[in-house]
Structures are given as structure tokens and as C-alpha cells.
Design a binder for this molecule. Structure first.
Ligand SMILES: [Zn+2]
Length: 321
């Protein structure tokens, strides 16, 4: 059984073929109807037509035929196609809600049936992916390639998806919307972004939560991604913050040289930054780790001037909070 979640299941009892076939295409149509449902019409034996899904202008979706079975939407293309009809007359675009619903169905068809997320170039049997009725409809007056509005005649033949000539389905205003709908479907199927690498909590700076702070506002203040900030604190986006709480910033510790070239002065933990030359006051150094004895290591080498390599000494450093 292949039924899409979040749709209204209104099974037809006639006008489809109860035979399991692999689905390699999604083909888009317009019903030339302003009804919010065409279930009644498709239930009539004389209709001799059906579709798997119907998308109304408000984005609501009805499913009429299990996608394992064959609906009668696209003539010679029915055997491996998922057919979607949509509310509307031939002219005018799909609503935003319809575009979003179509993207959801395409994403679902990709995950459930392996329909490739690409635009079909014609109705030829070798073509799989996302198509629209016009690809398989004849009409000498359709525009020529590379216009998306070209029909079967202009595309060098292929399966005949309609016995009618010149059928505009799904319409000149809707066909150009299809690449955007496909992009939206790709976004829906994209794997979740990899979690940010767990920051070394020992080596990151600290931040004290203030009134009105949120994970988002703190991440903006610190210049780190919200994901990295949350990961550095072993938290989730819904973890509650309270005023005065100490957070790991998820950012390397930053030290500013507050006095340069002073002798034997150091504040805070000793630093083992290998550096080149001598750094002026105000220079910011980032450190990525902290050793068990409280020393900070792994600085970004400072290379303001080419000189001899050395260890930090004789500089006063203050950690930036
Ligand atoms: Zn059609």
C-alpha cells in the first residue's frame, strides 16, 4: 500500500488498473475544473479517467488511487507514472499553496518510489523524473525548443500521453513554475545538515546569559552558528536559558594583547603560543585547546612580521569574554 501521509484518502472503486507497477515519473496536470474535489466525477464509470492525487487551490491534497497501482491520467505514460491533477482552468498559475503541495508529493514520490528529482526532457520511454502532460501532447502550434512549452511534436516524438491534439495541460502559466517546484522538492528531501563538530568545551570561551537572550541572539553576538553554540553546550534548540547561566561559546578562546613587549608580565594562564616575531598591542590571538595544567595551546600563529620563531613572553594578554 502506498498512500501519502497528510492527504485525504478517498479511494476510487473504478477507472484505474489494480496492478502493481514501478513508478519512475510524476506527471503534472490541470483538471480544467474549479471543484475542490473531482472524486465524484472520477467515480463515474463513464469518466474513464483517474489520478493518484488532486491538489486544490488551498494546497489540500486528496489521494484517489494507491500509487502502487495505475491511474488513468497520461495515456501511454500511465504504466510507470504518478498522475497529479490540480484545481484550475487552463489559464493562470498554480497558487503558492498548490506549488508547496506539489513539491511535497514529488518529495514523497522520490522517497517512496525512487522517482528521480529531475525534469523530463520528453515523453520518451527512456525519460524518467518530473514531467507535465504537454510533453506527450501533439500540437503544431506549440512553441519550439528550448521553450518549456514545446509539445511532443517539437520534442521529436515519444509516448503519446493524450489522444487530444493541442491540449495545453497544465497550461502556459503553470509549466514555467515546474522547475521551482522541483527545487522545493529537492530542499524537502535534502539530508539534514551535519551536526556541527562538537566543540572542545575546554578550549572554548565562556558567555554569561543576559536577560532576553536566546540561542539565536547569543549566536549572533558571538559570531558563531546557532548549531555550533548549542552543540558546545550539549543542549537542544528547546533547552531553556536562564539569566546568569555560563555557556561555552563554541568559539575558540580569544586573547587580546593588552600590553606589548613588556617584560615578565603575564595574566591568566600561561600561554604556549608559538609565534613569529613580535605582536603589537591589540592583536587578537585565538586558542583552540586547554591543557590539564591550565595552559592554552594551539594558537593561530601570528605572522605580522617575518622574524624568529619564539614563545610568547613579555606580553600581557587578556581573554576576551
Ligand atoms: Zn492533463
Amino acid at each position: 500500500m502506498a498512500r501519502m501521509p497528510g492527504t485525504t484518502w478517498k479511494p476510487l472503486t473504478t477507472n484505474f488498473t489494480r496492478k502493481k507497477t514501478a513508478k519512475r515519473r510524476v506527471i503534472l496536470h490541470v483538471a480544467d475544473s474549479e471543484s475542490t474535489s473531482i472524486h465524484g466525477w472520477m467515480s463515474h464509470p463513464s469518466a474513464r479517467a483517474s489520478c493518484h492525487f488532486y491538489v486544490a487551490r488551498d494546497g489540500s491534497i486528496e489521494q484517489y488511487v494507491d500509487t502502487d497501482y495505475m491511474a488513468w491520467t497520461s495515456g501511454e505514460g500511465n504504466y510507470n507514472s504518478i498522475g497529479i491533477e490540480t484545481q484550475g482552468k487552463s489559464d493562470g498559475p498554480w497558487t503558492d499553496a498548490q506549488c508547496k503541495a506539489l513539491a511535497r508529493i514529488i518529495a514523497w514520490a522520490h522517497k517512496t518510489h525512487g522517482v528521480p528529482l529531475r525534469l523530463m526532457a520528453s515523453s520518451k520511454s527512456s525519460e524518467h523524473g518530473i514531467g507535465w502532460h504537454r510533453l506527450g501532447v501533439d500540437g503544431r502550434w506549440f512553441p519550439t525548443l528550448p521553450s518549456m512549452l514545446a509539445g511532443r511534436t517539437q520534442r521529436g516524438g515519444g509516448e503519446k500521453w493524450s489522444s487530444a491534439t493541442g491540449k495545453s495541460c497544465p497550461g502556459d502559466d503553470r509549466i514555467p513554475q515546474i522547475p521551482g517546484i522541483l527545487d522545493a522538492a529537492k530542499t524537502l528531501t535534502a539530508p539534514a545538515p551535519k551536526p556541527a563538530r562538537q566543540a572542545s568545551t575546554g578550549g572554548t570561551g565562556k558567555y554569561t546569559v543576559k536577560d532576553g537572550d536566546s540561542w539565536w541572539s547569543i549566536s549572533r553576538k558571538l559570531g558563531v552558528s546557532m548549531e555550533a553554540l548549542i552543540a558546545a553546550n550539549d543542549a537542544t534548540p528547546t533547552t531553556t536559558l536562564y539569566t546568569g547561566q555560563r555557556l561555552n561559546t563554541g568559539r575558540a578562546r580569544r586573547y587580546r594583547i593588552t600590553r606589548a613587549n613588556v617584560l615578565n608580565v603575564r595574566t591568566g594562564p600561561g600561554l604556549r603560543f608559538p609565534v613569529l616575531g613580535s605582536a603589537p598591542k591589540g592583536t587578537i590571538i585565538t586558542a583552540t585547546g586547554k591543557t590539564s595544567d591550565g595552559w592554552v595551546e594551539g594558537a593561530t600563529p601570528y605572522m605580522a612580521s617575518k622574524g624568529q620563531a619564539g614563545w610568547w613572553s613579555g606580553h600581557e594578554l587578556t581573554e576576551e569574554k
